[in-house]
Design a protein around this ligand. Structure first.
Ligand SMILES: O=c1ccn([C@@H]2O[C@H](COP(=O)(O)O)[C@@H](O)[C@H]2O)c(=O)[nH]1
Length: 238
């Protein structure tokens, strides 16, 4: 799927997922399974969503010592997901270990899942970087540095905000993925996100993919909301 709109399935269980997916009839989607759903339902939710024909980003943001991440990725590679991730803050050895684990665990004849690194969460602000993380740097520079580390470690891209996409595309290759959450329609509340943009802004800035949760999932008519986001992302006037 080229430049996908990834829907964050932040639901508490399998029943809520089915209720949501039923709005989409036969449309093939790219969905994200995060901690909330995976910790409740486990790997069974992945095969269930795959059987319904959708692509999956398994967003567990691994962050541990290299050996632990390697062995965890070895297991995740067997789940038939398309995209997984780690926190770049775990460092280069950890990111290299993630790729080794994925390669070791991918069944013969299959392609390993793509692997991207979270640079700085889209809920993180410049003030938090300075006062909580004690990093005396512009957040854009921190994100760019982490993206560079991820590339050097053999990863396929990063999770970042739309605000850093232009610099990443300029300094690293544009084939290096920039997957951007923190997406809101103009009329939506930012909630806990701080580095946000609309889908059409993300398109113009050059994001490879956008991740959208509440602007679709919490709307009264999720399919209508999805089409609105999709049209904006694909820059179709409505
Ligand atoms: O930096 C990050 C990394 C991951 N996320 C995830 O994306 C979705 C966003 O949901 P919204 O409801 O659209 O805010 C959510 O699952 C996060 O865990 C992120 O927001 N920022």
């Amino acid at each position: 799927m080229e430049r996908p709109l990834i829907i964050a399935l932040d639901f508490k269980d399998h029943a809520e997922v089915d209720e949501f997916l039923n709005h989409f009839h036969d449309e093939k989607l790219f969905v994200k399974v995060g901690m909330e759903l995976f910790y409740q339902e486990g790997p069974a939710i992945i095969s269930h969503i795959k059987q319904r024909g959708h692509d999956i980003f398994l967003d567990l943001k691994l962050h541990d010592i290299p050996n632990t991440v390697k062995q965890a990725m070895r297991g995740l590679a067997k789940l038939d997901v398309d995209l997984v991730n780690v926190h770049a803050a775990g460092g280069k050895k950890m990111m290299e270990a993630a790729i080794e684990g994925l390669e070791a665990g991918t069944p013969a004849g299959k392609q390993r899942p793509a692997c991207i690194a979270v640079t700085q969460l889209t809920s993180t602000s410049q003030a938090m970087v300075e006062t909580e993380l004690l990093i005396n740097e512009k957040i854009d520079n921190v994100v760019l540095h982490y993206a560079n580390m991820a590339k050097e470690s053999g990863l396929d891209g990063v999770v970042c905000s739309t605000h850093e996409v232009v610099a990443i595309n300029e300094k690293l290759s544009s084939s290096f993925m920039t997957v951007t959450p923190g997406i809101r329609m103009r009329e939506d509340s930012a909630d806990d996100q701080t580095r946000i943009a609309t889908p059409d802004q993300a398109r113009r800035l050059g994001s490879t993919a956008i991740v959208v949760g509440r602007s679709i999932t919490k709307q009264q008519d999720p399919y209508k909301a999805y089409l609105k986001v999709k049209n904006s992302w694909e820059e179709i006037e409505s």
